[in-house]
Design a protein around this ligand. Sequence first.
Ligand code: FES
Length: 95
Amino acid sequence: MFKVKLKTNSDTLEFTANEHNSLMECAQDFEINIPSSCRNGTCRTCMTRSKSGVVRYDIGWPGLSREEKQEGWILPCVAIACSDLELENTKAYQI
Ligand code: FES
């Protein structure tokens, strides 16, 4: 289990992520909504900045460029936590 801090427009939310489910699914368990559409790593609606920590993807190549990945962008609908994380998504909110 990993601790995730998610900075939004107005707050810093916290939830616990596991090694099996996507960050988006884990956030939903804590009634945190990260805006999404496709939920399969292609539409980029859920793009979130990772300030620290490591994620992995079970799909071959999520819809991010190499540069975006290097800048810390992740797709939480398909990203799975591998460590504690500090994320930033101004459109996320507590339900
Ligand atoms: S919801 Fe489409 S890429 Fe995440």
